[in-house]
Design a protein around this ligand. Sequence first.
Ligand SMILES: Cc1ncc(COP(=O)(O)O)c(C=O)c1O
Length: 493
Amino acid sequence: MMDMVKAPLLKGQAPLLKGLLSYHGENNALFHMPGHKGDPHGILTSILGNVMKLDVTEVPGTDNLHYPEGILRESMDLLTRAMRSEESRYLVNGSTGGILAMVMGCFRPGDRVLVQRDCHQSVYNAIALSGIQPVFIDPGINEEFGIPTAIDTETVVKAMSSNPGLRGFILTSPSYFGVSPDLDGISDICRSNGMKLLVDEAHGSHFYFGEDLPVTAMDCGAAASVCSFHKTLPSLTQGSVINLGKGAQEEDKDRIRHYLRVFQTSSPSYVIMASLEAARLVMETEGYELLKCVKSMIDSLSESIRDIPGIRLLKEADLKGLRKDYTRLVLNTPITGNHLSEVLRRDYGIQAEMAAGNNIVFLGSCFDDEGMYHRLRDAIIDLDSKGMFSKSLSGRNNSGTSKLPSPVTMIPEREALFESWEVIAFEQAEGRVCAERITPYPPGVPVLMTGELVSRDAVEHLMRLEGSGANILKSRSGGRGTIAVISRNVENK
Ligand SMILES: Cc1ncc(COP(=O)(O)O)c(C=O)c1O
């Protein structure tokens, strides 16, 4: 730990550094983002060397991210080839900035657009900023695991026939649980109906570099997509890319470039961009083999815990025709994912990516090493021998926290933020208008937005979520069992 930061620094006031070093010192098996996993084999370090020396700014010779003509242009041309897109660009504040830019660039205010209900909060931000009219469609629930599945083509066709004049579709592929829809089929429907398909591929960057993985947005002709390289590939946190595809018109691309200049800093980090180039390089040259290797480690883990009664690993066969990313491990047990996550961290030095209901999600990446999977296998076998999976602490509450309430906007968020508000108990909130964002994190999918009606479903959903120990971010009320609502009586139009 000391070798990472000079000792005198640790004596001073550096709580952030101390906290990071303390986490590092626990030497956990990292089943979470970022995908470089601390670079255990030194591959990134061998490419990037002393990154401080790469931390430069836009001077002659280093190009300009917003008007690339030199080394960034060249680097992003290589990225474009790797992503099989019409044009791919680096993003330095994660996929969030790319999602804002692609929605703003592709749609006009007032356009009616299909949106997957469980999309990430950045899509909700894009809806609020762009003024599009979302038509939400629900991906449905896999009852066995209690997780959202993916939108199927029938649902899209049905939504289109009851909502004529739709301009596009914003969907997520894959989900946090590694589930992907029939993107080819959905893309065909969109194309033949003049709808632009925008795909949040934040969790699917590695699909571009391996086999046996779900189809990518660029390969099926989407207008645009974003990939958080930092989540599943070896690049630094915040490093993402935006892909402009066959489905985008030249005018869309021009507006997307404009909004990338609006939403991204004018001082982009060259260290992040260099790490994106390094990730592309590693994946193009070794990604195929590295992904095969992680698949075999995951297969062997699955094999060794397969027969333990009471636990189940999500497989493609559980998903009725949908695709499943093999690098995302979803383990369903009789105890809550949050409780299992705490035990794994405390007693076995294993940190998972996320817990939801009775599921715990482990993020595999091509920078994993075998030791991590052995540690996880041994922990699960040990917990089983202690009867952890036979005694049910909570009862298997599979679908309770997955079905999201339907959003009803009473006041657009931008206006609602100027309203006076008060904090009350959930139980008293039914029929009031929410005055904050309420977002379980992860996965970062809002349950309620500022300006939305607090329905009975929403109240019950929030109570179940809090009961399950989920980490819920509330932008104003903060506390458990409470919610900020707009003080005045808002008439239902
Ligand atoms: C589905 C999904 N989309 C978009 C994002 C935003 O990505 P980023 O963190 O790269 O901004 C996330 C982040 O967790 C996500 O889970």
